[in-house]
Design a protein around this ligand. Structure first.
Ligand code: HEM
Ligand SMILES: *[C@@H]1O[C@H](CO)[C@@H](O)[C@H](O)[C@H]1NC(C)=O
Ligand SMILES: *[C@@H]1O[C@H](CO)[C@@H](O)[C@H](O)[C@H]1NC(C)=O
Ligand SMILES: *[C@@H]1O[C@H](CO)[C@@H](O)[C@H](O)[C@H]1NC(C)=O
Length: 319
């Protein structure tokens, strides 16, 4: 009997280690240990949004950035320390903002349930709330991510560049277990927010030897971008919204893309294969299909495993 129970205990221990190793996430992860966690995150995202309409875009992008570098482990939230330049300060300087929303949520959650809820999970929840509060879909976020201890500025080179063509984009996504349908659906995140001139100047100045302007851009739209970004200039706060309704999560991004009114070469690239173009067309004509595809792909992206090991007490510093 004792042998059997010892055996069972080791099976259970082994399975739970395995689960931890696989970084298995689950919905209702904090149901017992911190039931107020999700509503606290939603409260601060909402507060942030009421104060500053650019907060949802910032949080959605922050989560994407987190997951694409070292998996979703909160590495994007760490501050530079001593000689180490963190991701958030890394070149190319990627204009992340609204970190305070995560800090405020974390602080209140730590008061309620200390040492329980990871920063990576708070960011995943905040991204979901950002979409939902902007008029987009909502979904249950699987939780249980652990926070990592490493954040390196140099790692931002691993993010896809806005100049990427379809081959490069597919490669960047497949390295993270994401397929072409995920690429098309997640690019729809560009229904929210803003870009600086530096991220799209390749399309409007010296495009190639033959032409200054990317011929796939709508000429009137290109002219308006050139007006905002008149010179090839990297240190410029000017730029463009990513679609015509930058605070509303809708399918306008895809409609504009089909009209030659997307911002990045990487957006335009989605029209260069028949598979990806078909998905763009589907999402442009049916917002509900976009929402469903987006949710499915977000859950996949936010499950990219990281090497996290701890529940950080302060999202900006390792324990
Ligand atoms: C497909 C590859 C992607 C590329 C090449 C890319 C590139 C970029 C670039 C260059 C910016 C503007 C940075 C600046 O100049 O300020 C940007 C903004 C943004 N991206 Fe992406 N991105 C990609 C995928 C995604 C994904 C998967 C999401 C989320 C699901 C996302 C969400 C956003 C949002 C919301 C903004 C606006 C941020 C703000 O206004 O603060 N992007 N992206
Ligand atoms: C990133 O931008 C911030 C604020 O604009 C600036 O203080 C910092 O030096 C920049 N870092 C790099 C690597 O360009
Ligand atoms: C920076 O990143 C690049 C590409 O990811 C890598 O090849 C290079 O070795 C890194 N440099 C340092 C100093 O870590
Ligand atoms: C994308 O760019 C890479 C690198 O420049 C190149 O090797 C590849 O052929 C390009 N693919 C397409 C579809 O243009």
């Amino acid at each position: 009997m004792e042998i059997i129970s010892k055996f069972l205990v080791s099976v259970i221990l082994f399975s739970s280690t395995l689960i931890t190793c696989l970084n298995a996430l689950s919905v209702n992860y904090y149901h017992q240990t911190c039931p107020g966690a999700e509503s606290t995150v939603a409260k601060y995202v909402k507060k942030g949004l009421l104060n500053d309409r650019t907060v949802p875009a910032a949080l959605l992008r922050m989560h994407f950035h987190d997951c694409f570098i070292r998996g979703c482990d909160g590495s994007v939230l760490l501050d530079s320390k001593g000689g180490n330049q963190a991701e958030k300060d890394g070149p190319p300087n990627i204009s992340l903002h609204a970190f305070y929303v995560i800090d405020h949520a974390k602080k209140e959650i730590e008061e309620k349930c200390p040492g329980v809820v990871s920063c990576a999970d708070i960011l995943a929840l905040a991204a979901r709330d950002s979409v939902a509060l902007s008029g987009g879909p909502t979904w249950d976020v699987p939780n249980g991510r652990k926070d990592g201890r490493i954040s390196k500025g140099n790692d931002t080179r691993q993010l896809p560049f806005p100049t990427f063509n379809i081959t490069q984009l597919q490669q960047s996504f497949s390295q993270r277990g994401l397929a072409v349908d995920d690429l098309v659906a997640l690019s729809g995140g560009h229904t929210l927010g803003f870009s600086h001139c530096s991220s799209f100047q390749n399309r409007i100045h010296n495009f190639n030897e033959k032409t200054d302007v990317d011929p796939s851009l709508n000429p009137t739209f290109a002219a308006s971008l050139r007006q905002v970004c008149p010179v090839h200039n990297k240190v410029n706060n000017a730029g463009s919204f990513l679609d015509s309704t930058p605070t509303v999560f809708d399918n306008a991004y895809y409609k504009l893309l089909l009209q030659g009114k997307s911002i990045f070469s990487s957006d335009q690239a989605l029209l260069t294969t028949s598979t990806t173009k078909a998905l763009v067309t589907k999402y442009a004509s049916n917002q509900q299909e976009f929402f469903e595809g987006f949710v499915k792909s977000m859950i996949k992206m936010s499950s990219i495993g990281g090497g996290g090991t701890e529940i950080r007490l302060n999202c900006r510093v390792v324990n």
